[in-house]
Ligand binder design. Structure first.
Ligand SMILES: [Zn+2]
Length: 154
């Protein structure tokens, strides 16, 4: 078995998937505007599995790739989860925009950055040290995670 932690690199067509994978706990780099040569080089240099919708790129030698088959987000996530395994990190441990590890934050720290309703009803907050975005466990994320865990059991 490969002991290195699972890391991913999503190509330019998979930005939405990349954001969800990060929220779910996958270390996922994303290149919005890079050519195949660059993508292949980065994936290899950083030991990342390259996620792509491009058959030719997925067939490159000397590279771990996963050809994403569906255009539907849930099915894409499910394919990653089933093929590569569950996320190595807990959900909500990475910024969906920067892929940086989130830091726990107190209510006071985030008070001016989240809507009042959220501040009243949530107790657990995390903040991105890069972009300053604040996260809390939302129902959408919970739903996605539950759905994936159910799929994984089948
Ligand atoms: Zn960020």
């Amino acid at each position: 078995m490969d002991e290195t932690p699972l890391r991913l690199l999503a190509d330019g067509m998979l930005g939405r998937l990349a954001r969800w994978l990060r929220l779910l706990g996958y270390d996922t780099a994303y290149e919005n505007d890079a050519d195949d040569v660059y993508l292949a080089r980065r994936a290899r240099a950083e030991g990342r599995v390259l996620l792509t919708r491009d058959r030719a790129l997925a067939a490159r030698r000397g590279l771990r790739t996963l050809l994403i088959e569906s255009e539907v987000l849930e099915e894409q996530v499910r394919q990653v989860w089933q093929t590569l395994g569950p996320p190595p990190d807990p959900a909500l441990s990475r910024c969906s925009l920067c892929n940086l590890s989130l830091k726990p934050a107190s209510r006071e720290e985030v008070a001016e950055r989240v809507p009042p309703y959220i501040l009243r009803t949530q107790t657990e907050f995390r903040i991105c040290p890069g972009c300053g975005r604040v996260y809390w466990p939302g129902t959408h994320l919970e739903q996605m995670r539950r759905q994936m865990e159910e799929f994984a059991l089948r």
